[in-house]
Design a protein around this ligand. Structure first.
Ligand SMILES: Cc1cc2nc3c(=O)[nH]c(=O)nc-3n(C[C@H](O)[C@H](O)[C@H](O)COP(=O)(O)OP(=O)(O)OC[C@H]3O[C@@H](n4cnc5c(N)ncnc54)[C@H](O)[C@@H]3O)c2cc1C
Ligand code: SF4
Length: 331
């Protein structure tokens, strides 16, 4: 048992001040990831700041016609919110594909994208892991790596980001709003998570002293043609081996816009806007989607146990895009 001190933040400024107080401080929101990591000694904060009661729970329309999701609204409140269900069904589907009803009732919109990898070695303090202990090595590269990344890996880490919600937010071009000692700023979701490179201990570009206050969705929600396809070992309560958030704008038979992000394949939701541009002006056919899949997954590399993910990703992309184009419910 590691002892730690506890404070409950009354407002955002107090939360930031507590975080910059000089100790090894962590915010706690729903606590569904942080407490698990504390129990296995992967996270060892000396001070925990409870942000759960901050007034950041609202889901409101923005002046630009989009939606602002409060960082402390729960995943359940968000997925079942009328405006999310009707205008951003892709996001609702992705959230509901994750975890369990009980977990979604606790998990928050700020905590979800900040949950940490499910790499087995990251959780096992008896093994080497550059993410947990920089410089110690990566046990997964030559170990059991069935759930690991095939894209954007480095010689230091091949972990994947486990969030489903983040995959949809990436496809939807969301923005993360944060506050810190130097004021407020916004980070495009596409740039929020990082590739491992030689700093695998850093999951995101959020500053150490910053707090997420909200997430903005742009006006365009791709409510008509979208799908979230999640492939996993069990049909519930399991993380994605490969997932696809697909959003299309179609007029007649022609694709006018395409946004596709992959989960379960990289250290961040994987998206390539330049590949999406190749779909514009084309018909929604299996052949065109296969060509696109080749572009999106180009350069993929397996590490043995996870080689199957390369073919799985190609097939999942084609299936998700066909389902989105036909407005088909998922099987
Ligand atoms: C058994 C199980 C199955 C799961 N399955 C899935 C799944 O299939 N798909 C999926 O996507 N997720 C899944 N999850 C993960 C779950 O969705 C996350 O644990 C949850 O979303 C984290 O949110 P939280 O509010 O509980 O975060 P917390 O645990 O409170 O915090 C997580 C991290 O974020 C930081 N933090 C939290 N809020 C803020 C903020 N506003 N600003 C700055 N930092 C902040 C904390 O300091 C901490 O480091 C599963 C979890 C469990 C336990
Ligand atoms: S893949 Fe990343 S998280 Fe997993 S053992 Fe290697 S360094 Fe650690």
């Amino acid at each position: 048992m590691n002892s730690f001190t506890y404070a409950r933040a009354q407002d955002v400024q107090m939360a930031i001040a507590e975080k910059t107080s000089g100790t090894e401080t962590k915010f706690i929101a729903g606590g569904t990831n942080l407490t698990d990591l504390m129990k296995v000694n992967v996270e060892n904060p000396t001070h925990v700041v409870d942000i759960r009661r901050l007034p950041l729970k609202q889901i409101t329309e923005t002046e630009s016609g989009g939606l602002r999701l409060g960082a402390l609204a729960t995943n359940a409140e968000t997925a079942y919110h009328e405006l999310v269900e009707t205008r951003y069904p892709l996001l609702a589907k992705a959230i509901l594909a994750g975890a369990s009803a009980q977990l979604r009732n606790m998990a928050t919109n700020g905590g979800n994208p900040l949950q940490r990898t499910r790499c087995y070695y990251f959780y096992d303090t008896a093994t080497a892991c550059n993410k947990r202990e920089p410089g110690s090595g990566c046990s997964a590269i030559n170990g059991f790596n069935r759930i690991h990344a095939i894209l954007g890996t480095s010689e230091h880490c091949i972990a994947v980001h486990p969030s489903d919600m983040a995959v949809a937010l990436t496809a939807l071009d969301a923005t993360v709003n944060v506050s810190g000692p130097n004021g407020e700023r916004s980070i495009p979701f596409l740039e929020f998570h990082r590739l491992p490179g030689d700093t695998p201990h850093l999951d995101t570009n959020l500053g150490a002293d910053e707090i997420i206050t909200s997430i903005d969705l742009p006006a365009k929600g791709f409510a008509e043609y979208n799908t979230y396809l999640k492939l996993r070992d069990r049909t519930s309560y399991a993380f994605a081996l490969v997932s696809v958030a697909a959003a299309l704008a179609i007029e007649g038979d022609i694709i006018k816009e395409a946004r596709i992000a992959l989960g379960g394949v990289a250290h961040k939701p994987w998206r390539k806007p330049e590949a999406e541009a190749t779909l514009v002006g084309k018909e929604a056919t299996p052949e065109n989607f296969k060509l696109f899949a080749r572009e999106l997954v180009a350069g993929a590399k397996g590490f043995g146990h996870n080689d199957f993910k390369i073919e799985l990703a190609h097939r999942a992309i084609v299936r998700a895009l066909l389902q989105a184009a036909k407005k088909e419910a998922l099987i």
